[in-house]
Design a protein around this ligand. Structure first.
Ligand code: NAP
Ligand code: MG
Length: 403
C-alpha cells in the first residue's frame, strides 16, 4: 500500500501521562501505517519542559506560527502537588496552553463530537455547538477589595500624556466590596477576527452575546469592535451563506437551549467559562470534546479539551489495561491532518482524515466503546466497554477496509 505523502510538516507537541500513551498508540496504529507522517516534533512533556526551562513550549508555538498547523497532546500544568510528585522541577512552570495562546494571540473553540447512540440532554440539539471563549481580561485580570466603613470609591485613569479621567464608582454607608476590571481593544479585536475566521473555515453561523444594555461602554466596546471587524468578513459570509448574529447574553441563553445547534457561540471570558461547562456537560462527556486554538491570521492548533487523565495513568503504570477514551485526541490529529491537506492541496490527506473519523463513528455504532461512554448511551442500545488498545484496534480494522 502506498502511504500518503505530505509536503509541509505538522507541528507535533507531545505531552504527559495517559494522553502521552494514547498519543503513541494513535500514531502507531492509526496514522503512520497510512501516512508518511511529516512532523516537527516538540516534547512538551513536563520533564522536558523543565530541562529546557520551558523554552520548548515557546519554540513549539513559534514553529506553529511558521508552519500554520499544530497538533498538541494534553500536558500537565504543575501545581503544588506536582512539585512534590516531581521533585526535579526547578519552577512551577506556567500552563503550556496559556503560553502558546499568548504567543499565537489565539482564541479557543470547543466543540463536542456527536454520535448517534448518545443523545444530548437537550433533546432538540442535533448538531454541535461550538463555544469560543475570549481568554483575556475582565474579572480574570481584575482587582478587588473589601472596605469596612462609609465612604466613596473613585476610579482614575492616568494617561501617559498626563490626561486624567476620574469616575465616582459609588458612595456607600457601610462595609462594601469593590472590583476593578479591564479589557484591551487589541485583544477584543483579535478575538473578533479569530471568531470570524473560524466561522468561515467551518462554514458555520457566528453568534456573539454580551450585556451591552447594562455595561454600555464596556460591553458596548465588544459589540462595536465585532461590528467593525465584521465589515472585513461580510463578503465571505455572504458567499458561504452564513450569518453573524449579535444578541444579549440572556436572550442568547434562551435561544441556544431552543436551537438545533450547528453554530459558533462567541462569549466573553466569564460567560465562556460558565457556558462551555454547561454545553459540554449537556452534550455528554469531556472525553468527547475537541478544542482548537485559532489565531487571527488563521494559524491553528488542535487538541483534546480534556487533561492528561492522571488516574488512568497510574493504573497503566501498575500494568492494568485502561479504558481511556482516545476520541478527542484522534480528532485532534484528524483536524490537523485535514487542515494541512487543505492548505497544501493534498486531497488524499483530507480524505484520509474523513476515513479515520468515519472508522471511529462506525466502531462506536457497533457498540464498541470505552467505559466512560457505555454509561451514556441511549436506553436499548447495546454497548460494551473495551480497553483503549482494543478500541483503537477496532478502529484500525475499519480504517484498513477503507484504504
Ligand atoms: P482530566 O485529565 O481531564 O481528567 C478528569 C477525569 O475526567 C478523569 O479522571 C476521568 O474520569 C475523566 N476523563 C477525562 N478524559 C478522559 C478520557 N479521555 N477518557 C476517559 N475518561 C476521561 O482532568 P484532571 O484530572 O483535572 O487533570 C489532569 C492533568 O491534566 C492536570 O495535571 C492538568 O494540569 C492537566 N490538564 C491539561 C489540559 C490540557 O493540556 N489541555 C487540560 C486540562 C487539564 P474517571 O477517573 O472517573 O474515569
Ligand atoms: Mg470552567
Amino acid at each position: 500500500m502506498n502511504k500518503i505523502q505530505m509536503v509541509t510538516p505538522l507541528v507535533e507537541m507531545d505531552g504527559d501521562e495517559m494522553t502521552r500513551i494514547l498519543w503513541q498508540m494513535i500514531k502507531d496504529q492509526l496514522i503512520t501505517p497510512f501516512v508518511d507522517l511529516k512532523t516537527e516534533y516538540y516534547d512538551l512533556g513536563l520533564l522536558h519542559r523543565n530541562e529546557t526551562k520551558d523554552q520548548v513550549t515557546v519554540d513549539a508555538a513559534n514553529a506553529t506560527k511558521r508552519l500554520g498547523v499544530a497538533v498538541k497532546c494534553a500536558t500537565i500544568t504543575p501545581n503544588k502537588q506536582r512539585m512534590v510528585e516531581y521533585p526535579q522541577l526547578t519552577e512551577m512552570w506556567k500552563s503550556p496552553n496559556g503560553t502558546i495562546r499568548s504567543i499565537l494571540d489565539g482564541t479557543v473553540f470547543r466543540a463536542p463530537i456527536l454520535i448517534d447512540c448518545i443523545h444530548p440532554v437537550v433533546k432538540n440539539w442535533k448538531l454541535p455547538i461550538t463555544i469560543a471563549r475570549h481568554a483575556y481580561g475582565d474579572v480574570y485580570k481584575s482587582v478587588d477589595m473589601y472596605t469596612t466603613e462609609p465612604g466613596e470609591c473613585t476610579m482614575t485613569f492616568k494617561g501617559e500624556s498626563g490626561e486624567e479621567k476620574t469616575l465616582l464608582v459609588q458612595k456607600v454607608d457601610g462595609p462594601a466590596v469593590w472590583q476593578g476590571a479591564h479589557n484591551k481593544e487589541k485583544s477584543i479585536r483579535s478575538f473578533a477576527r479569530a471568531c470570524f475566521q473560524y466561522a468561515i473555515d467551518t462554514k458555520q453561523d457566528l453568534w456573539f452575546s454580551t450585556k451591552d444594555t447594562i455595561a454600555k461602554i464596556y460591553d458596548g466596546e465588544f459589540k462595536k469592535v465585532f461590528e467593525e471587524e465584521f465589515e472585513n468578513y461580510k463578503a465571505r459570509f455572504e458567499e458561504l451563506g452564513i450569518t453573524y448574529f449579535y444578541t444579549l447574553i440572556d436572550d442568547a441563553v434562551a435561544r441556544v437551549i431552543r436551537s438545533k445547534g450547528g453554530f459558533i457561540w462567541a462569549c466573553k471570558n466569564y460567560d465562556g467559562d460558565v457556558m462551555s461547562d454547561m454545553v459540554s456537560t449537556a452534550f455528554g462527556s469531556l472525553a468527547m470534546m475537541t478544542s482548537v486554538l485559532v489565531a487571527p491570521d488563521g494559524t491553528t492548533e488542535y487538541e483534546a479539551a480534556h487533561g492528561t487523565v492522571t488516574k488512568h495513568y497510574y493504573k497503566h503504570l501498575k500494568g492494568e489495561a485502561t479504558s481511556t477514551n482516545p476520541m478527542a485526541t484522534i480528532f485532534a490529529w484528524t483536524g490537523a491532518l485535514r487542515k494541512r491537506g487543505q492548505l497544501d492541496g493534498i486531497d488524499e490527506l483530507v480524505t484520509f482524515a474523513g476515513q479515520l473519523e468515519a472508522s471511529c463513528f462506525e466502531t462506536l455504532s457497533a457498540g464498541i466503546m470505552t467505559k466512560d461512554l457505555v454509561g451514556l448511551v441511549d436506553e436499548g442500545f447495546e454497548a460494551h466497554a473495551v480497553t483503549s488498545a482494543e478500541f483503537i484496534a477496532a478502529i484500525r480494522q475499519r480504517l484498513e477496509a477503507k484504504r
